[in-house]
Ligand binder design. Structure first.
Ligand code: B12
Ligand code: SF4
Ligand code: SF4
Length: 384
């Protein structure tokens, strides 16, 4: 059986706040990904989903998008809940400021503990750079957001479920949306609480973003940028979604981390080899838009996820990654080798195939394969 995460200890003196010992990671001044001062702000209407809805990939894919989120009943129910939380992202700020401790590190600790109380898996804090703020939102409104800090709320998509899945079957959309809805719930409560303390705060979650989440995860020390172009955490892999609270509450930011991922991803090509859409690069990092990145093909990924006929979405790259492992000795070994014996990274990837966590384990499959076809639920045809 998969092991559960580290237990939290009940000692006020303990450094570790959440289920994972994030405090033990090596902190660095700059992220392990090169970031210049010259990053243009992005228009939310130009990302892969927005372009699919607009019809840039043709009418068939625009139509497929209409049922993409709701074609499995559990995904639909989870997305419904995220939708209900859209009006809760912002609100009135209390007129008087609460008598708070002055030290930003005390407030940061308090906010993180609040996040863990609300069931976050990891909470991190960074300053909010303007390049991470969209310049227009999906509706075409210009975005102005000058909050000083961003609080990152990370929620696991669940290892056991991933273990029972192929990564692109009928639970895939629900795996995304358990992360989206739960992190949205935590972010909305946290933002409301901060406003009640007398400071502005806004939640950003799946159906209502003003920010790009990936650079914030990187700056807040949640993980390093991976070959996928998204952030990988050494305890969760890339198997998570994150919501954000931006605020002016005076906080102490976290530092970026370094656990050797850049070298590891350079040697490991598992995700690139296993992506059915061939969307992931197998080459070197390049500089683009002012930062270094393995450039993946967002159009191919968007098209595949939206139109996948054998499942409700896709997260196969997350599932197959050697960092998507249960807590225990295999993951300890991945972490140790990446940090202390990087020359063995290639061997580790080969061993990982032998351990077989990347394969589907049917014993862990608990969900029903169902597809909404024209308003009624049917058992979908098996595809390979
Ligand atoms: C639209 C979208 C997609 C679309 C299209 C992406 C695109 N590039 O157009 C598609 C369908 C491809 C997609 C797929 C997935 N996504 Co997505 N996606 C988003 C979303 C909603 C918007 C991102 C965006 O605007 N991209 C458009 C432009 C900016 O893309 P880009 O120039 O290629 O930049 C990308 C990266 O380079 C990086 N980035 C952007 N600016 C900067 C600046 C710096 C300095 C750095 C270092 C990085 C960085 O972020 C961008 C991510 O798309 C974000 C949520 C959010 N608001 O950030 C989630 C998000 C990025 N997705 C996420 C995830 C997990 C996935 C999937 C794994 C799906 C799944 N099953 O969970 C796959 C992974 C595919 C992959 N290799 O990235 C997570 C990533 C969390 C993490 N671990 O870092 C996010 C943050 C959602 C969330 N709230 O947690 N996604
Ligand atoms: S989500 Fe699926 S299609 Fe997109 S990059 Fe990952 S494996 Fe490829
Ligand atoms: S599968 Fe390998 S290359 Fe891809 S993100 Fe994971 S460690 Fe990096």
């Amino acid at each position: 059986m998969a092991k559960k995460p580290y237990h939290r200890k009940i000692s006020g003196r303990r450094e570790q706040l959440g289920p994972y010992p994030m405090e033990k990671l090596k902190k660095v001044k700059q992220p392990t990904t090169l970031i210049t001062d010259d990053i243009p702000r992005f228009d939310e209407r130009e990302h892969g989903f927005a372009r699919t809805i607009r019809g840039d990939f043709g009418p068939h894919l625009a139509h497929e998008f209409e049922r993409f989120i709701t074609k499995h009943p559990l995904g639909a129910a989870l997305a419904n809940m995220a939708g209900i939380m859209v009006p809760l992202v912002d609100g009135e700020v209390a007129q008087a400021k609460a008598p708070l401790p002055e030290a930003p590190q005390v407030l940061s600790r308090h906010i993180k503990q609040l996040g863990y109380f609300l069931r976050a898996d990891i909470v991190g804090i960074c300053r909010l750079p303007q390049y991470a703020v969209y310049h227009h939102d999906l509706a075409g409104n210009p975005v102005e957001l000058n909050h000083k800090y961003a609080i990152l709320i990370v929620v696991d998509q669940d290892f056991d479920t991933m273990y029972g899945s192929t990564g692109n079957d009928w639970i895939s959309g629900s795996q995304s949306f358990i992360g989206y809805s739960t992190s949205a719930f935590i972010a909305c409560i946290m933002a409301d609480y901060i406003r009640k303390l007398g400071y502005p705060a806004r939640a950003h979650h799946v159906f209502n973003y003003q920010v790009l989440v990936v650079p914030l995860l990187l700056l807040a020390g949640i993980g390093e940028l991976s070959r996928l172009g998204i952030v990988l955490n050494p305890f969760l892999g890339t198997r998570f979604k994150a919501a954000v609270v931006t605020t002016d509450l005076p906080l102490e930011p976290d530092s970026p981390v370094d656990f050797g991922l850049q070298e590891f991803c350079q040697k490991c090509l598992t995700c690139a080899n296993e992506c059915h859409a061939r969307a992931l690069p197998d080459g070197e990092k390049v500089m683009l838009n002012g930062y270094e990145n393995w450039r993946f093909d967002a159009d191919l990924c968007s098209k595949y996820r939206v139109s996948n006929q054998g499942g409700s979405s896709c997260g196969r790259c997350i599932k197959l990654c050697p960092w998507n492992r249960p807590e225990g000795w295999t993951l300890d070994l991945v972490r140790w080798m990446s940090k202390d014996a990087p020359f063995l990274d290639g061997l580790l990837v080969k061993m990982d195939n032998v351990w077989g966590y990347g394969k589907q384990n049917e014993r862990y499959k608990w969900w029903l394969d169902l597809e909404d076809v024209d308003g009624s639920l049917k058992i979908p045809k098996k595809t390979s």
